[in-house]
Design a protein around this ligand. Structure first.
Ligand SMILES: Nc1nc2c(ncn2[C@@H]2O[C@H](COP(=O)(O)OP(=O)(O)OP(=O)(O)O)[C@@H](O)[C@H]2O)c(=O)[nH]1
Ligand SMILES: [Zn+2]
Length: 316
């Protein structure tokens, strides 16, 4: 039988078949996933083959095979050892909620999120949240930012749960897909998800309270079916993606507007910093690449430990 993993406790996995039957499954034997040392080989979002063990009302089973993943996101284990924890797999898109006040989301945070999404191969959508809270001048700033990211190729939507603006558009984008929601604490993730799926009560907020009190418990992602044909992955305590290990040379490849120019740089391993005949720096001078993007790029290139840790745990 084949199904999708909706929930994991680390030893038991809730697997749902296409027909909607639910099985509690275990893993037998050893699974090895190429190139990753993980605390658990099976994760939420995985498509698995399993053998049913019982025919009673609560079906149990044994997972025998994990299908190839389209993508997956990881998090370093809490003790910062080399071991990684695969949080979720097969994610179609990630919505990043952004606000320019209450709280302020910096463009460097947006850019870090976007390059990680590129590296993970997950489509990112920018949601300019709380659109009702801005005065005219601030609104111009929001629109400028949206236009800038739209030009790079990212979908941008202005949303308000107070006026209801574009909530349906987010819903429309979610249909038939697996989505997750990220963003700083207080940007309105829970409120938006509640507006989209009132019956769902995500755990995000509760878990971050636990974090603050220092009672760190291992938390697992969970997938939910929404009644309009969408799936949502709840990743408690994770506000961003974290930064995955990248070689210096590949960081520029995850800035789509830099990548588009790369072949015009004299050196094919150009870091776009001090090299002569760099097409990216030329575009920057010509105003075709934005300084804020280039600044984010330099910061990531220099790999600041501080922001790196902030991203992993998502705490401000
Ligand atoms: N003006 C305005 N306020 C909003 C909107 N959406 C949410 N808020 C308010 O923003 C605050 C934070 O919203 P939450 O949904 O709890 O934010 P969150 O991103 O889930 O925060 P964490 O759970 O801490 O990660 C609440 O007081 C909401 O009422 C909106 O569209 N407009
Ligand atoms: Zn270059």
């Amino acid at each position: 039988m084949t199904g999708t993993v909706y929930k994991s406790t680390g030893s038991w996995y809730t697997v749902k078949t296409a027909e909607g039957q639910v099985y509690e499954c275990r893993i037998k034997g050893k699974f090895r996933i190429k190139g990753i040392k993980s605390t658990s080989p099976v994760t939420v979002g995985d498509v698995v083959d399993f053998e049913s063990e019982s025919e009673n009302s609560v079906g149990t089973g044994v997972i025998t095979h994990i299908h190839d993943r389209m993508n997956y996101i990881v998090r370093r284990s809490v003790n910062l050892s080399k071991q990684k924890h695969i949080i979720a797999a097969n994610i179609d898109q990630a919505f990043l909620l952004v606000t320019l006040k209450n709280p302020l989301t910096l463009t460097t945070f947006i850019d870090r999120f976007l390059i990680t999404a590129e590296a993970y191969d997950i489509r990112a959508v920018l949601v300019f949240s709380k659109a009702d809270q801005y005065d005219e001048e601030e609104l111009l700033e929001v629109k400028y930012l949206a236009a800038m990211y739209r030009q790079i190729g990212y979908e941008c939507i202005g949303v308000s749960t107070v006026t209801g603006k574009n909530v349906d558009q987010v819903k429309e984008l979610m249909k038939g897909k697996v989505s997750m929601f990220s963003g700083h604490s207080g940007v309105g993730k829970s409120t938006l998800v509640n507006a989209i799926a009132p019956k769902l009560n995500l755990r995000t907020a509760k878990i971050s309270e636990q974090h603050k009190q220092g009672q760190h418990t291992t938390t697992f992602a969970e997938m939910f079916d929404l009644d309009f044909g969408a799936k949502i992955i709840d990743t408690p305590g994770i506000k961003g993606f974290g930064i995955i290990d990248m070689e210096k040379e590949e960081i520029g490849d995850y800035f789509p507007e830099f990548f588009a120019l790369k072949s015009e740089c004299r050196f094919n391993n150009c870091l776009h910093v001090d090299e002569p005949h760099c097409a990216v720096k030329q575009a920057l001078e010509d105003g075709e690449i934005l300084w804020s993007r280039y600044k984010s790029y330099l910061q990531i290139l220099e790999g600041e430990e501080e922001s790196y840790r902030t991203d992993i745990y998502g705490e401000e």
